[in-house]
Design a protein around this ligand. Structure first.
Ligand code: AMP
Ligand code: TRP
Length: 333
């Protein structure tokens, strides 16, 4: 049976190889199965949990749409829309903030990481962020949610909210309990500068990530400068556990070229990194350059991008408003 897929990406700029391999590549794969119904949301309300410049935000919303389309998501087959235009998301988020418990949210590690030492200064939105994410998913009765490994905990919270609502109002499967779809391998791509930190849009160093809009020269240069250790290429998978940077680079190779990890280790076993890095740059350029070229082309046609969003918003609104109406009835509004 087909799946109901929902996922979201924040329009915060610098979409990178981690976003692609951890999430977008899977979106494309799932959306190519005609049995699936897919919704991909540009989660602009989530992005304002930290300060955004309005002009940049508008540009980043379009760039996220362009990235979806350039990566291979067909807007005629999948719904692509931006969250702020479907008011049911904000409404359901308020309702769910009365269902979720403080204790549940206090456990969220992403808030702790993002808020840093000065929690008092973090926005309330940053804290309640996963509640809005639950609204996104549950409004559409999504059965499966493709995300990177860092979103696993938020998905568990979403499942808890759905379950508690169903229990509180004694309607067994009013909200579907969604399944996370997380890649088995390489669901967390790490920084090119530090194998203990995930590749991130907000890292101050541009050399820590491959952006989906990078040119071929930039990609080659970044891989050349990527951190490795002084030893030759590993000879076995076991060795990778202690060599985080090597593990990450080999993982990227395996994931992007769809080649078994073991095969790559065998091919480069005991050699020095320079030969491997040359081939790695090539496989990344082969995959990313066509996407980057297409993103740039699409960004020149804002009328087309805006039309994708307004069509998507119409379709999403239709589904979400029906669900919110039922929620109102159940709650006694
Ligand atoms: P975000 O940019 O935070 O909205 O993330 C969009 C999607 O990319 C989510 O599904 C994340 O889990 C995924 N993602 C972000 N960073 C990484 C990373 N370094 N490795 C793998 N997946 C990632
Ligand atoms: N929190 C996700 C992230 O930062 C983005 C997101 C928002 C999302 N709503 C969602 C992902 C719903 C999946 C489903 O990556």
């Amino acid at each position: 049976m087909g799946k109901k897929i929902f996922s979201g990406v924040q329009p915060t700029g610098n979409l990178h190889l981690g976003n692609y391999l951890g999430a977008i590549k899977n979106f494309v794969h799932l959306s190519n199965d005609i049995d699936n119904n897919c919704i991909f949301c540009v989660v602009d309300l989530h992005s304002i949990t930290v300060k955004q410049d309005p002009k940049e935000l508008r540009n980043n919303i379009r760039e996220t749409v362009a990235t979806f389309v350039a990566s291979g998501i067909d807007p005629k087959k999948s719904i692509i829309f931006n969250q702020s235009r479907v008011s049911a998301h904000s409404e359901a988020a308020w309702i769910f903030s009365c269902v979720a418990r403080m204790g549940w949210l206090n456990r969220m590690t992403q808030f702790k990481e993002k808020a840093g030492k000065d929690k008092e200064k973090a926005s309330i939105g940053l804290f309640s962020y996963p509640v809005l994410m639950a609204a996104d998913i549950l409004l559409y009765d999504a059965t499966h949610v493709p995300v990177g490994d860092d979103q696993k905990q938020h998905l568990e919270l979403c499942r808890d909210i759905a379950q508690k609502f169903n229990n509180d109002f004694q309607i067994d499967d009013f909200f579907k309990i969604p399944e996370p779809l997380i890649q088995k391998q390489f669901s967390r791509i790490m920084s090119l500068k530090d194998g203990t930190k995930k590749m991130s849009k907000s890292d101050l160093s541009d050399f820590s990530r491959i952006n989906l809009t990078d040119s071929s020269d930039e990609i080659i240069n970044k891989i050349k400068k990527a951190k490795t250790d002084i030893m030759p290429m590993p000879v076995s998978q076991k060795e990778l556990e202690k060599r985080l940077e090597a593990k990450n680079l080999i993982g990227i190779f395996s994931s992007i070229a769809d080649i078994d990890l073991e095969k790559i280790i065998k091919r480069y076993s005991g050699k020095n990194f320079s030969e491997f890095k040359k081939d790695l740059s090539q496989v990344i350029v082969d995959k990313i350059y066509p996407i980057s070229k297409e993103i740039k082309k699409l960004m020149g046609d804002t009328v087309y991008l805006d039309k994708i969003l307004s069509d998507g918003c119409d379709k999403a609104s239709e589904i979400a408003s029906k669900k919110i109406k039922k929620i109102h009835e159940i709650m006694g509004f």
